[in-house]
Write a protein that binds this ligand. Structure first.
Ligand code: SF4
Length: 421
């Protein structure tokens, strides 16, 4: 394969961060938030709850930090925050989606999870048809946990399987073997959570095409609703990196193999009705719309609950941390944030659409009242020439090769836009 870029970005890059900085408003959170919170939200509301710990740290994970939390009481931190936030008139609007992420949210005990879900329903007006989503792992999805999640209205599960292959699971530091992972997925589906998806890591050291095909065959047989798939990224300071460095195996794979595996995933799962929802997400027969993410990027507000959670209240984007005080005594929202100009929300929607494989410069040029032709035309022309995108009626779509390089392309387009924002 000819290389479109020298280095493949395997997830969002920092272009969006640069864009947010560029779109910063002069207003502070202390000025911006009080009138907003004093009125019922008119834009869709979603809630993100973060549980920043895991019962076992995966060998490849760069997110693990020394754990200074009192885990036994962490659910109380979440519940206190839910209660503190719910008192604002803004939060009286119905909630369209709730997402528990981490870490591993089901590192909470099933009783703690029950308490948190009850507090949510008691304090917020969660719509009957809201998407309520929980990330979990094969080993933590006990029958008790499943029962609590079902009773709490959870209707979307994302199970961090990563691979069904015993050897791969050991290498990646996942607990339990193939049968345990299969059993977790089957029990979730049997419990009636149709929208159950899994995470898959591919292109790990020692993976062969046969081992990948075996994982894909299991996925097809199980009938999961969706799949988030990631090529393994080796981060320094992780146990896996150190092990490979010690064994002299850091350069175990090249981009040709990565692309071959990527294509195999699309091809094999395409036979069973899986199609791309986002660059790293496939969905079977439209069973998962991932409303939470859609609403976050289409003008909604995301109420962040828990340490490490990020969200936005209208144009105030913020991040919670244990050490950051609230905006003020009256405003129980993290002060680690910034107000952005409205243009950022439109650009955010534009770039999220790109994550879903569609580029609409003409549509957004009109919305933004800006000339996008000048910055975009040379880039889009080159990408089309290299077979990474194609166009239909002023709308551009990624080719298969383009979606492989999708995060690079989006990053390049964001950067080309920075001068005109
Ligand atoms: S479960 Fe997720 S967050 Fe936790 S260690 Fe593994 S990869 Fe990291």
């Amino acid at each position: 394969m000819t290389m479109a870029y020298s280095n493949r970005y395997r997830s969002h890059h920092d272009g969006a961060k640069a864009l947010k900085q560029k779109c910063g408003a002069s207003e502070s959170g202390e000025e911006y938030l009080p009138p907003i919170l004093a009125e019922r939200a008119k834009t869709p509301l979603v809630i993100y709850l973060h549980v920043p710990f895991c019962n076992k740290v995966c060998s490849f994970c760069p997110f693990h930090r020394p754990d200074t939390l009192d885990r036994r009481e962490y659910h109380r931190v979440l519940i206190d925050k839910i209660e503190a936030l719910a008192k604002y008139p803004y939060m009286k609007a119905p909630v369209d989606a709730v997402n528990f992420g981490g870490g591993t949210p089901t590192a909470l005990s099933f009783r703690q999870m029950d308490d948190v879900l009850s507090a949510l329903h008691r304090n917020f007006d969660i719509r009957d048809d809201a998407e309520i989503s929980v990330e979990t792992s094969a080993t933590e999805l006990s029958d008790d946990m499943l029962r609590v999640l079902k009773a709490g209205g959870v209707n979307r599960l994302s199970i961090g399987v990563q691979s069904f292959d015993d050897e791969a699971r050991r290498l990646l530091g996942r607990r339990g073997g193939r049968e345990r992972a299969i059993d977790a997925v089957e029990r979730a589906l049997d419990a009636g959570i149709v929208n159950t998806g899994i995470d898959l890591i591919y292109n790990y050291p020692g993976q062969t095409k046969e081992r990948l095909l075996s994982d894909l065959a299991i996925i097809r047989r199980l009938g999961v609703a969706g799949l988030s798939f990631y090529s393994l990224v080796l981060h320094e300071k992780t146990p896996l990196y150190r092990k490979l460095a010690a064994d002299g195996k850091l350069d175990y794979a090249d981009l040709d193999r990565e692309y071959d595996f990527y294509r195999t995933i699309l091809e094999e799962l395409g036979k069973s009705g899986f199609a791309m929802l986002e660059l790293t997400k496939l969905v079977r027969n439209n069973l998962d719309r991932y409303r939470y993410m859609e609403l976050r990027h289409s003008g909604g507000s995301c109420i962040a609950v828990g340490q490490g959670a990020g969200g936005n209240i209208e144009n105030y984007y913020y991040h919670n941390s244990a050490h950051t005080p609230p905006v003020s005594d009256q405003i129980a929202v993290s002060s680690k944030g910034r107000v952005v100009l409205p243009v950022f929300r439109t650009l955010d929607a534009f770039f999220y659409e790109m994550q879903k494989g569609t580029i609409r410069p003409a549509f957004y040029a009109e919305k933004l009242e800006r000339d996008l032709q000048t910055p975009f035309a040379p880039v889009l022309g080159r990408l089309a020439g290299e077979g990474l995108i194609y166009s239909q009626n002023d709308v551009y779509f990624f080719t298969e090769k383009g979606s492989f390089w999708g995060n690079n392309i989006i990053d390049e387009l964001i950067r080309s836009l920075l001068p005109v924002v």
